[in-house]
Design a protein around this ligand. Structure first.
Ligand code: OGA
Ligand code: MN
Length: 294
């Protein structure tokens, strides 16, 4: 078997064939996938029925695992999966569907806003690896938008305006957009805002991209409403349909994306009626985006 990547969207997204991710990878396969991520931003693998252990081993090929602490309102006994996983399902610790008013469900609804994973951390994540164990009949697609293509299409004035901007990101800002604001003191501490640059460069392709996320609540040095209005404009621009790929999930699909170059969101589905079991592992980033934050 030899690994092949075929581009499936005008700007990005590669579909990968010729590899079984439950087997250990060769060095050259790891390099091909890393380069594929740089070039395509999102890679799709089909019919990969991995165990949790196999998913964790696969993830470690690309760097350190990001542990899922400080990213949710789960209490210790409410976890269905180990700390190596972000549980982006609609299930509780016993595998039952979360009830309509459950606080965990309310918090998770934030994934329906366009975002990049862990941009609320000082060192944001590199890759996310999402495995579909079961999916609803309708809805629940995950959509992706490719930020280097978005950056290229910005007008010159906007490129100049954003060149040196620094933004503040927090889970409190993204959840606040949905009216979720009852954070306790411990959560407020845990979700304290962090700062990031707005323009990032991919070291391999040398392409610039715009680093956006619904976690942004402030542009440094700007009045809050003015900053939020500008971010809203940029988000609208960045998520025009021609930039977007929508993934329709089947059990066994594994999709990995580069959080340094993509935004994503999950689309609605009947989440109080059907199980959607999705398990994410995350490759940690290696440095803050702001040099002054090192
Ligand atoms: C994620 C996420 C989207 C989904 O895993 O980071 O936002 O489709 N999930 O569940
Ligand atoms: Mn996400």
């Amino acid at each position: 078997m030899s690994l092949k990547i075929e581009q499936v969207h005008k700007y990005f997204v590669g579909e990968v064939s010729g590899i079984d991710l439950s087997d250990p990878l060769s060095k050259s396969e790891v390099i091909q996938i890393e380069e594929g991520m740089d070039q395509f931003g999102v890679l799709i693998f089909r019919e990969q029925f991995l165990s949790d252990e196999e998913q964790v081993s696969y993830t470690k090929n690309f760097g350190e695992l990001e542990l899922h602490v400080g990213s949710n309102v789960l209490k210790g006994n409410e976890r269905r999966l180990s700390l190596e996983f972000a549980d982006v399902s609609n299930l509780d610790q016993d595998g039952e569907i979360l009830k309509k008013g459950d606080r965990r469900r309310m918090f998770n609804l934030g994934n329906r806003l366009w975002h990049t994973d862990s941009s609320f951390r000082n060192i944001p994540s590199k890759f996310s690896i999402l495995s579909c164990r079961s999916s609803p009949k309708n809805g629940g697609n995950t959509e992706f938008s490719f930020m280097p293509a978005v950056y290229d299409e910005l007008d010159e004035g906007t490129k100049q305006e954003i060149a040196d901007l620094i933004t503040e990101h927090s889970l409190i800002y993204s959840r606040g957009q949905l009216g979720f604001s009852d954070f306790n003191e411990e959560e407020k501490q845990m979700f304290k805002p962090v700062q990031h640059v707005m323009v990032r460069i991919n070291e391999f392709t040398k392409r610039k991209s715009i680093y956006l996320s619904s976690h942004i609540g402030k542009i440094l040095g700007w009045e809050i409403p003015e900053g939020r209005d500008f971010i809203r404009e940029l988000m609208e621009f960045a998520t025009q349909r021609h930039f977007v790929y929508a993934h329709e999930w089947k059990p066994g699909d594994l999709v990995m994306w580069d959080n340094r170059q993509c935004m994503h969101r999950v689309r609605p589905f009947k989440d109080t009626g059907e199980k959607r079991d999705m398990r994410r592992t995350t490759v940690a980033g290696t440095a803050p985006t702001l040099v002054s934050a090192t």
